[in-house]
Design a protein around this ligand. Structure first.
Ligand code: TXA
Ligand code: MG
Length: 311
């Protein structure tokens, strides 16, 4: 499907698979409650988990959200893998925000996504284009596998450059990351010149409606059970292994290596595709190791812990 066809489908209230720099989204007209409800239905996603609204420019973002001075400084970083949680405007349907008085908004850094939003002339609500609780898609083929039926079509933008979802940040009253992602906390703190906190599990749950607490831990899960390698533990012989650099992998292991050079950006970009590939081999168990907890490592480890059901 091309951009013009995708934009026409969006205007008819249908769903479109949309590439972004982070992961593929399942996009709908954010201002059309019925279209947005179709997204929840297609994903099997609980209604209490609100969606991100994707905009083409700041003017469009200001139609859906109210920007504080700190939010304006952060908006200067767009387009990019940063989502801001801001007070919502009345035009945003309850289905998008799960009834919260805030809305999550971002401008994606992907030419096709921006073309689609402009051609539709509408902000697009889009969660990651996977079935609820499954691994996020980083290629058009991943979207077709899980949600091909639900979408009017998929825009193929190739593999996603960043590979993990956007950083979700609430700027006020003081900046707090609700979900670590493609924009590192270190970079955000340097730009703002102040500390950027990372919400713990309890605080993240508290930011969502009351039905949510504890419900969202087992996100990003493969079909096979996944557990984390304990510090100092040798790689088990009988499992499929997800290694960071692979330096200490046993010869002949069933394994995927995230980055032989230990590059966190490369590891993030390939994480979900490699997890899918391991899972497709139908192993009894997947064992994954955490990466250094700095920079993009915060987002990678968050996804690995969730895949292990640890939240
Ligand atoms: O990179 C991304 O963010 C991708 C691409 C498609 O843009 N989208 C994505 O959407 O990951 P989704 O729906 O899988 O995750 C949205 C996250 C959820 O953790 C949700 O709880 C949070 O954003 N969120 C949305 N609105 C919120 C709000 N008003 N307050 C707090 N958290 C919110
Ligand atoms: Mg998701």
């Amino acid at each position: 499907m091309n951009v013009a066809e995708a934009a026409a489908a969006i205007r008819r209230g249908e769903l479109v698979g949309m590439p972004t720099e982070t992961v593929y989204g399942l996009a709908a007209n954010a201002l059309d409650q019925r279209a947005v409800l179709r997204v929840f239905e297609a994903k099997g996603r609980p209604r209490f988990d609100p969606l991100i609204v994707h905009c083409a420019d700041l003017a469009m973002a200001q139609d859906v959200a109210l920007f504080s001075p700190r939010a304006m400084r952060l908006a200067a970083l767009w387009p990019g893998p940063l989502t801001l949680v801001l007070p919502r405007m009345p035009c945003v349907p309850d289905a998008v925000t799960a009834g919260l008085d805030t809305v999550a908004v971002r401008i994606p850094d992907h030419a096709l996504a921006l073309q689609l939003i402009r051609a539709a002339g509408l902000p697009l609500a889009a969660p990651s284009a996977n079935r609820f609780g499954c691994i996020s898609p980083t290629t058009a083929a991943h979207v077709a596998e899980q949600l091909g039926e639900a979408a009017a079509g998929i825009l193929d933008g190739g593999p996603c450059r960043v590979g993990v979802e956007s950083t979700v940040l609430r700027p006020d009253p003081s900046p707090v990351v609700l979900r670590p992602g493609g924009f590192t906390r270190e970079a955000l703190a340097a730009i703002l010149g102040e500390e950027v906190a990372l919400a713990d599990r309890a605080a993240r749950d508290a930011a969502l409606p009351s039905e949510a607490p504890g419900m969202l831990a087992s996100h990003y899960a493969p079909r096979a059970p996944l557990r984390l390698r304990a510090p100092g533990e040798a790689w088990p012989a009988s499992a499929a292994l997800l290694a960071f650099t692979g330096a200490d992998l046993p010869v002949g292991a069933t394994a995927e290596i995230l980055s032989p050079q230990g590059d966190l950006a490369e590891a993030a970009a390939t994480l979900f595709a490699k997890l899918r590939r391991l899972d497709a081999r139908g192993p009894r168990l997947i064992v994954a190791e955490l990466v250094p907890e700095k920079g993009l490592g915060e987002a990678i480890n968050d996804r690995l812990r969730r895949a292990a059901g640890l939240g």
